[in-house]
Write a new protein. Structure first.
Lengths: 465, 476
């Protein structure tokens, strides 16, 4: 059931919130082997559902009544531990909650648990998580990207909040066949998000239907004094979307990079969009392919700094030593997984005096180039379409070089560099494995992207068995 | 001296905000350890810094008062290094574009000429916490009360030419920052901290010598002494043909000498980059204009006005402008009785003593500027004697009652009435034949005793001049 359908049923008293949440918890139990959750809040979820039922009896109708929300575990939630997938935070019980999660909660959504993710959200598969790998609901020999997408796909949550730095929400949505929205920076507060790269990290939404995204986005958008980057948009969020005459930029060469089968499947969805009246115009993207490298340089540089606080003095298990440097070395070697160590070391190297110009400053230049190029492609057009990922979800046992893994973000991360909103929509399957198509818009045009997907009738219809 | 001394100072000043730079925790001194802390200033995962607009205002005021060029667009950078007193593993500072640059401070010189000391840059940053070490390295504790307190770092050009000049620069800086109400600049509480860079070069040489950084000076006097020591040390080395190695040295107050902390092999690489968790700082001309209006006339300008316009001695002008509060109090008193020298005398002799013992500022006692003006006027017009005046001042201080009221209530009006006093004088002469005889025999000192007796009879209210005159008349 989609989030929209779920809350409508509760509001129309076709089903009690408690029954709905119980069924979600049962589904979670049945799909336990996916390992999509790190924490479950069974008791508080059920008691909140009961409260909601009482309110409905008394004639109140909270907007999101009774829909089951799960949070990627880098979003703080004051009810339990927030690990960010890292054992260093296994005993971290924040006293505050993620701002968008809090807003959904206040509107009647029921937070049922926290989803698995890569350690500090650094990785593309959850293989770096201290809590094991999350399996893909459509093929348990494959990865899911993250637990939030897996939960929404498997039906153990109606709606998921995730984080998207270089593609987290969009990549996982593509692997799991659901919709994943990365909003424009500033639209959704990041208060309560454990981010490793403030230049790029955003809170995103995972859902089964375009309507679910609208529902969530309306609630979570807005200025928050606790996050200086939030804004109300240039004037207001784009709401008026013309019925006809939408134009999409289509970078042919990018699609031609894909495997033929992959490209063919995406083409079918593009055709669906054409049938709704969207005109596609070819554009050329030259600098775009440099984006992923620039992204990883900047994101790693920022990660090397953001992870500095995990030094065993306040967070994480300490591995004391007589000398301070030795203390740091031992603690961080022991508590950081391979990807966290890699990004700390690489990021430190990129920022070193002798490398700064060659790597970090260069990456900033590429960032401006990619941004300029994408804005140009969107000039006079309503959206840009891109593949979400270069391949279907990798197998659990696939051993690939980390640079190949980074390539999984080759279509998502340049969009992060440019600061544009993007929506990954399910676009068919390669055999049984979902693939996503990315709709990219100008800043604060999320509603347009969602509406385009709605008109094309895109949704996640079925559940994996 | 065959060497020229070249000194540059790096001064950290805590801003007088109510709360910290990026969170709502109180910015206060001497709280119990780890009381002024929250998730944000401890860098809890999931928190974001939120800029305290007041801190930016105060920093801008300092920039205006120190004649800086102000960046209309600047931002915060992360300065990365590991140490337990910084909760995030980086300090939020301004590395690439400081809020202010190319300012200057005017110093009075011995020859009376004003001298410009260049200020290279001033930037805004957060303070670190404090480590408290257990005995002989057994353990260390961290107090994060100070972590996140707003600071400005003021970096001077290497324009200072002597330890004395360095001290004057610090005094000038302190005065301006206190007048602007940017900082209380209490070195003993760490709200002003100073590191010094010093090098020597042969007179006339255009190049700078190798510089040494001095740390751990806890007063302006200590800065001066440490620099003096260092001038001697470096001169001795150079005299014997040795070279100066770039070092960081520590001032040992007890031993009155600087000792080696570490050789400066290479500068530390802080791997700075912009902090995207904070919005950039945009400064508008309108905001600057508003802040400019809020700045008071500074001490130097007031002091010369007191000398030139009010005819006060230099010493009075210096004391009266030692704080903005005192200077404003002085000027407010003049509005009630315009006699600058008399008002100055009363403030400097009577009032300041009281303020110093009580540790109060001039506006915090019962004696308002109006009270002081009225009081001094009453003494001047001989309504009360100077002695009674001091008593009235004391009472007004504690009660807040006006001097007129106290004089009225306690009948303290000075007796100048000749007839009334003449009776007293006669009585005293009759009762004290001994001293009277002494006086007549040429012991003029006896007069003092007799005046004292009359004063005693009148409870101090007698006009001493009239009494003197009457006694003389009677005894001649």
């Amino acid at each position: 059931m989609s989030a929209f359908d779920a809350k409508e049923k509760v509001r129309q008293k076709k089903i009690k919130a408690r029954e709905l949440i119980e069924s979600i918890l049962t589904r979670r139990k049945d799909t336990e082997n996916l390992n999509s959750y790190i924490s479950i809040f069974k008791e508080t979820a059920l008691s909140k559902a009961e409260d909601l039922d009482k309110k409905i009896e008394q004639g109140e109708q909270p907007e999101l009544t009774g829909l089951a929300l799960s949070l990627k575990d880098d979003l703080c939630w004051a009810q339990g531990k927030t690990t960010a997938g890292a054992s260093a935070l296994d005993n971290y019980f924040p006293s505050f909650s993620s701002a968008p999660a809090e807003k959904l909660h206040k509107s009647g959504a029921v937070v049922i648990g926290k989803n698995n993710l890569d350690q500090w959200s650094m990785g593309t598969t959850t293989r770096t998580s201290s809590y094991g790998v999350t399996l893909n609901p459509w093929d348990q020999s494959r990865v899911a990207g993250d637990g939030a997408a897996a939960a929404v796909a498997a039906g153990s949550a109606h709606l998921g909040l995730g984080s998207d730095t270089g593609g987290g929400v969009r990549r996982s949505a593509s692997y799991c066949g659901v919709l994943g929205l990365r909003p424009t920076p500033g639209r959704v507060s990041r208060h309560g998000l454990i981010n490793f790269s403030p230049s790029f990290s955003q809170v995103g939404v995972l859902a089964r239907k375009p309507e679910d995204l609208s529902l969530a986005l309306d609630e979570i958008s807005g200025v928050d004094s606790r996050d200086a980057s939030t804004s109300a948009g240039p004037s207001q969020y784009i709401k008026d979307i013309p019925e006809k005459g939408l134009i999409a930029a289509y970078p042919r060469e990018i699609f031609e990079q894909l495997d033929q089968e992959h490209a063919k499947i995406l083409q079918e969805t593009i055709d669906l969009f054409s049938q709704t009246g969207i005109t596609f115009e070819e554009v050329e993207l030259r600098d775009f392919s440099l984006g992923v490298q620039a992204y990883y340089i900047i994101a790693s540089a920022e990660a090397s700094s953001s992870l500095s606080r995990y030094d065993g003095i306040r967070f994480g298990s300490a591995y004391p030593a007589d000398e301070l440097d030795e203390w740091y070395f031992r603690t961080r070697s022991q508590t950081f997984g391979v990807e966290a160590r890699r990004r700390s070391v690489m990021g430190t190297a990129y920022l070193n005096e002798q490398n700064y110009q060659r790597y970090y400053s260069k990456a900033l230049q590429v960032r401006s180039m990619v941004k300029e190029e994408l804005f140009k492609a969107l000039k006079g057009r309503h959206l840009l379409i891109l593949p979400a990922v270069p391949s279907v979800a990798p197998g659990l046992e696939d051993q690939s070089h980390f640079l190949n893994e980074y390539q999984q973000d080759c279509y998502c991360s340049p969009v992060s560099l440019a600061g544009l909103p993007a929506l990954s929509v399910p676009a068919g399957r390669l055999e049984h494995l979902p693939l996503g198509l990315q709709l990219v818009g100008i800043p604060f045009s999320e509603n347009l992207l969602i509406e385009v997907a709605r008109r094309a009738g895109i949704e996640t219809a079925e559940f994996p068995s | 001296m065959k060497y020229e001394t070249v000194i540059g100072l790096e001064v950290h000043v805590e801003l007088l905000t109510c709360s910290k730079l990026f969170c709502g925790c109180p910015n206060s001194f001497a709280a119990d350890p780890n009381q002024n802390i929250c998730e944000v200033c401890l860098g809890f995962p999931g928190t974001l810094p939120r800029l305290n607009a007041r801190a930016v205002e105060l920093a801008l005021k300092a920039l205006l008062a120190l004649n800086c060029e102000i960046a209309s667009y600047s931002w915060f950078d992360r300065k990365n290094y590991f140490y337990p007193d910084i909760p995030k593993g980086y300090q939020i500072s301004q590395y690439f574009v400081p809020l202010g640059s190319r300012g200057y401070l005017e110093l009075p010189n011995d020859d009376g000429e004003a001298r410009h000391v260049g200020i290279k840059q001033i930037h805004l940053e957060e303070d670190a916490g404090k480590l408290v070490h257990g005995p002989s390295g057994t353990y260390s504790l961290v107090d994060y009360n100070r972590a996140g307190v707003p600071l400005i770092e003021i970096v001077s050009e290497p324009d200072l030419r002597s330890p004395v000049e360095a001290r004057r620069y610090l005094e000038g800086l302190k005065s301006i920052l206190q007048y602007s109400r940017v900082s209380d600049c209490k070195m003993e509480e760490g709200s002003l901290r100073c590191d010094a860079n010093i090098s020597l070069r042969r007179q006339g040489s255009g190049e700078y010598g190798e510089k040494v950084e001095l740390k751990n000076m806890n007063s302006f006097k200590a800065v001066e002494k440490a620099l003096e020591f260092e001038v001697q040390r470096q001169a001795n080395l150079l005299d014997t043909g040795e070279s100066i190695s770039p070092q960081t040295r520590r001032w040992e107050e007890e031993r009155e000498e600087t000792v080696l902390m570490r050789e400066k092999l290479e500068s530390h690489d802080y791997r700075c980059f912009p902090d995207a968790e904070l919005a950039p700082i945009n400064v508008t001309e309108a905001e600057l204009e508003r802040l400019r209006q809020e700045l008071p006339e500074m001490a130097a300008s007031r002091a010369s006005r007191y000398i030139d316009e009010y005819g006060l001695p230099g010493y009075d002008a210096e004391v009266l402008t030692s704080s903005l509060d005192l200077s404003e109090y002085f000027e407010a008193s003049l509005e009630h009785y315009f006699n600058p020298k008399k008002i100055s005398n009363w403030i400097m002799s009577e009032y300041l003593m009281h303020l110093n013992t009580e540790g109060k500022n001039p506006w915090e006692t019962g004696l308002t500027p109006e009270h002081l003006g009225v009081l001094v006027k009453m003494v001047d017009e001989e309504v009360i004697s100077g002695k009674i005046g001091k008593e009235v001042l004391e009472k007004t201080l504690h009660t807040g009652k006006s001097p007129e009221e106290i004089v009225e209530e306690e009948g303290l009006n000075q007796i100048s009435d000749q007839e009334e006093l003449a009776a007293m004088v006669e009585k005293v002469i009759n009762n004290n034949p001994g001293p009277v005889a002494d006086y007549k025999n040429g012991k003029k000192k006896a007069m003092g005793f007799l005046v004292g007796q009359v004063m005693k009879e009148t409870g101090g209210k007698a006009n001493p001049q009239v009494v003197n005159q009457l006694l003389s008349e009677h005894l001649e």
